[in-house]
Design a protein around this ligand. Structure first.
Ligand SMILES: *Cc1c(COP(=O)(O)O)cnc(C)c1O
Length: 390
């Protein structure tokens, strides 16, 4: 099937494969294995010589539909889905790295990504240096002869800093290394890292791709050589596979991705503007605000600012906790990417395990709150926050 190249159309149509029953909606293939008509056909299937699905660890038609649709949205040749976002990052590392290799990673990445690169992979002889995402010369300065991978998350969490994907891709390619971008915060609806020069995109489908807080999932997108051929052996052998049910939920989530991302970004910007005018708020961080340090870059690189707003409350931890505790509508949870608005106090939750010095160096003060804006009315979200701001 060929389709126009518009995101809206691809999100609804790309990747669908109909069965002999000609169902309109995508079918959910809840089966662990697939049967063959003969011994010879089974042998061919296992040998990888056919397109026939074999076993759902690595070939399930519902998972394939999700992969093909996400690949189309990211403008990628190939996509492989995984059980979670962390499984996608693990698959990337295990497929591309070996003992003795070096990784450069931006320092404000998802907490488990820090633990994976800085801790677990270190035990297998892979060393990782962490650099400030927005400092291109720091990326260049951290390179070593054995640097194989650069890993970037933009915008960052919880300070919503925006890093220059094209510039960092050039740094990577000058060193014969690959650039991986975690595109969880923006999704392909707002940012397409492959078009900016990145080699691979990783996703937590748990967040905006599902978009309604229902399932875990993940994915890696990139060239056929790096992903479809390069990572399939790890997926097939180690089995960090996406369940067909979760794939089906996320596949349907993709249909409304663009609508949700644009609406939630608009809501976040409106909330950010109102918070910026509040006397109890020291500063507000959202890429679409002209006061954002990388505003110009963000508006060039992203189609909108995204749904996450962070703001620093006067009065430190006590004042910030008061805002959290006074909420009645907003959910108090570290998760994001839902149509329900969530709030978190990073210094004592998502970033509570790093040292106070490291937190201070990263600019994560005790007064910072992160709100991931959902689809409720902005007036209601603002009123819920205003109660605790006093
Ligand atoms: C949540 C998240 C992950 C990990 O995804 P899981 O699906 O929870 O494993 C990775 N990167 C970012 C930016 C995230 O927000």
């Amino acid at each position: 099937m060929s389709h126009p190249d518009s995101l809206a159309t691809l999100a609804v149509r790309a990747g669908q494969q109909r069965s002999q029953f000609s169902e309109h909606a995508e079918a959910l293939y809840l089966t662990s294995s697939f049967v063959f008509e003969s011994a010879a056909q089974a042998a061919a299937g296992f040998g990888g010589g056919t397109d026939r699905p074999v076993y759902s660890r690595f070939t399930n038609p519902t998972v394939t539909m999700f992969q093909d649709r996400l690949a189309a949205l990211e403008g990628a040749e190939s996509c492989l889905a995984t059980a979670s976002g962390m499984a996608a990052i693990l698959m990337t590392a295990m497929s591309l790295l070996k003992a003795g290799d070096h990784v450069v990673c931006s320092n404000a990445v998802f907490g488990s990504t820090v633990t994976l690169f800085g801790g677990i992979l270190g035990r297998f002889g892979v060393e990782t240096s962490f650099v400030p995402a927005t400092d291109v010369s720091a990326w260049r300065g951290a390179l070593r002869p054995n640097t194989r991978l650069l890993f970037l998350e933009t915008p960052s969490n919880p300070l919503i800093e925006v890093a220059d994907i094209a510039a960092i891709a050039t740094v990577a390619h000058d060193a014969d290394a690959l650039l991986v971008v975690d595109n969880c915060f923006c999704t392909p609806a707002l940012q397409r890292p492959l078009k900016l020069g990145a080699d691979l995109v990783v996703h937590s489908a748990t967040k905006y791709l599902d978009g309604q807080g229902r399932v875990l999932g993940g994915a890696v997108c990139g060239s056929k050589r790096l992903v479809g051929e390069g990572m399939l052996p790890f997926l097939r052998t180690a089995g960090p596979s996406l369940s067909p049910f979760n794939a089906w939920v996320a596949l349907k989530g993709l249909e409304t991705l663009e609508l949700r991302m644009l609406a939630q970004s608009a809501g976040a910007l409106e909330l950010a503007r109102r918070l910026e005018a509040h006397p109890k708020v020291l500063r507000v961080l959202h890429p679409a605000l002209p006061s954002h340090p990388q505003h110009a870059l963000a508006m060039r690189q992203q189609r909108a600012g995204g749904a996450v707003v962070s703001f620093d409350v006067k009065g430190g931890r006590e004042a910030a906790w008061k805002v959290v505790d006074a909420t009645r509508l907003i959910s108090i949870t570290g998760n994001l990417g839902d149509v329900k608005t969530t709030i978190t106090h990073p210094a004592t939750t998502t970033h509570g395990r790093i040292t106070p010095e490291a937190r201070a160096a990263a600019g994560i003060t005790e007064g910072i709150l992160r709100v991931a804006v959902g689809l409720e009315a902005v007036d209601d979200i603002e009123a819920d926050l205003a109660r605790g701001l006093g």
